[in-house]
Design a protein around this ligand. Structure first.
Ligand code: ZN
Length: 156
């Protein structure tokens, strides 16, 4: 039994079902992707990411390529965007595997949808391309299938 299940059982025995919803327990697809990342030796921490972005905010997600640690900001569970956040970081995980620990662009045939452009155009150089790939995949209707394929292709 994992610690989350114990946590939820404790909460449900206390009758705190609304608190349980705010706990980092995603839906089935979220849990599936989380497990795949763990299988490929990534560590996932449900804590405030240890750095701020260019605008001075804690990002929704962060990946440290050296320690293969992914931070998921717990606020995403309240905002309802936990899954796209994990998918975004999983793309960066694939990019990390592709570059053997150094983040690298993937060989992708998908163009960034117009809606994603504001999210990465303020980055420059290679970082912009890296972010464009992550936002492009998270915006696809079959994003989970795509990122699963990428992880299996590059991290195995
Ligand atoms: Zn990113």
């Amino acid at each position: 039994m994992n610690f989350r299940l114990i946590f939820l059982l404790v909460l449900s025995s206390l009758g705190c079902s609304t608190i349980a919803l705010a706990h980092p327990l995603g839906d089935r697809e979220f849990n599936q992707l989380e497990q795949l990342l763990i299988d490929y030796d990534f560590v996932i921490r449900y804590e405030l990411p240890p750095s701020t972005n260019r605008r001075g905010y804690r990002p929704y997600g962060l990946l440290d390529t050296r320690s293969k640690t992914i931070w998921i900001n717990p606020v995403v569970f309240d905002l309802g965007n936990a899954k796209p956040t994990l998918i975004h970081e999983a793309v960066h995980a694939s990019q990390t595997c592709a570059g053997n620990g150094k983040i690298q662009l993937l060989d992708l045939a998908i163009e960034p949808p117009q809606i994603t452009r504001p999210y990465f155009t303020y980055y420059h150089g290679q970082r912009r391309e890296i972010e464009a790939q992550a936002y492009t995949i998270q915006a696809q209707p079959d994003s989970l299938a795509i990122v699963t394929e990428l992880l299996n292709k590059y991290c195995q």
